[in-house]
Design a protein around this ligand. Structure first.
Ligand code: SD4
Length: 294
């Protein structure tokens, strides 16, 4: 029973590619990478890869991660500039005993030494958006608008599970700022004996609850849908109680049976799933846990 789930509507084409690969007995590692690469290379998606959201200094700094649910290996990069597919660099870091998570210039040096080519990631449109927004921020608008990380979790017909993420992080973030997306346990986690989960939203808040790990542990006892809802609701309530507010949090999960779930604390969180038995499905979930197909 294979399956693949991803965050936001922009992942639809990628999920279709990954799902087709799984349907042909392909590996989950390739399927999820394929899905995320499809989003990374698409300039129309302004929060991941090419055309991604620039930081305060007008540079596109990218974070990405990959986790293998069989070996529990993690590969990740953060604050990397000018590579088209950060997710592939993250995947290539899975196997070492050391040096699995590289940042900034060190990550870029590693990427070049390992055959990844430089690619200019600041598009003209992103530059123009940054220039307009800079003026708005100077005029008093809150700086950190816009965020949509692509996260994918999957299982193949050999019951192998994996997950990966890729993002340009928050628009207008400080240089060097890293969110939850490359951090294991926070932005993603997978243990194929249980399942996998991944998160999108305000990294600073998602990290406070190690939400992806929390959801995977909950899936030992309950369905992916119940695990996502419980984790998001209880953590959202805790943040409000302790800090007076909670940032945006949206999550997806899939268990070792290929069952899936999603939850959010925002009005509408779109996600896309494809499974062996049900084909391609597009959904939206709201903060009440109501899911509708679209
Ligand atoms: C971050 N979690 O850098 C990412 C941003 C994001 O949907 O997910 N946006 O904090």
């Amino acid at each position: 029973m294979w399956g693949i789930i991803g965050t936001w509507a922009m992942v639809e084409e990628g999920i279709l590619l990954g799902g087709r690969h799984l349907s042909e007995n392909g590996s989950v590692m390739d399927a999820i990478e394929m899905a995320v690469k499809d989003v990374e290379k698409n300039e129309a998606y302004t929060s991941v890869g090419l055309g991604g959201l620039p930081n305060e200094a007008g540079q596109v700094e990218l974070d990405a991660a990959f986790m293998d649910g069989k070996t529990l290996s993690v590969g990740a990069v953060a604050g990397i500039k000018d590579f088209l597919h950060p997710v592939s660099i993250a995947r290539s870091l899975l196997d070492g005993v050391f040096n699995n998570f590289l940042i900034g210039p060190g990550a870029e040096k590693y990427a070049i030494e390992n055959g990844f080519e430089r690619y200019p990631m600041l598009t003209q449109k992103a530059k123009e958006r940054w220039e307009t927004h800079k003026l708005e921020v100077e005029g008093g608008l809150a700086p950190y608008i816009g965020h949509d990380t692509v996260c994918v979790v999957g299982i193949d017909s050999h019951k192998h599970m994996a997950t990966c993420t890729s993002t340009s992080g928050l628009f207008y973030k400080k240089e060097g700022r890293v969110g939850d997306s490359p951090i294991p346990g926070s932005g993603y986690y997978v243990d194929e004996s249980i399942g996998g989960a991944a998160a999108t939203g305000l990294g600073e808040d998602i990290m406070k609850g190690c939400l992806s790990y929390e959801i995977v542990m909950k899936m030992k006892e309950m369905s992916p849908q119940a695990a996502c809802e419980e984790a998001v609701k209880s953590f959202n309530d805790k943040l409000i109680e302790r800090r007076g507010k909670a940032g945006d949090i949206s999550v997806v999960a899939m268990n070792s049976e290929g069952e899936f779930g999603a939850a959010t604390n925002i009005e509408c969180f779109p996600f896309v799933v494809m499974t062996q038995t049900r084909g391609l499905m597009k959904f939206e979930v709201n903060q009440k846990g109501e899911i509708k197909s679209c």
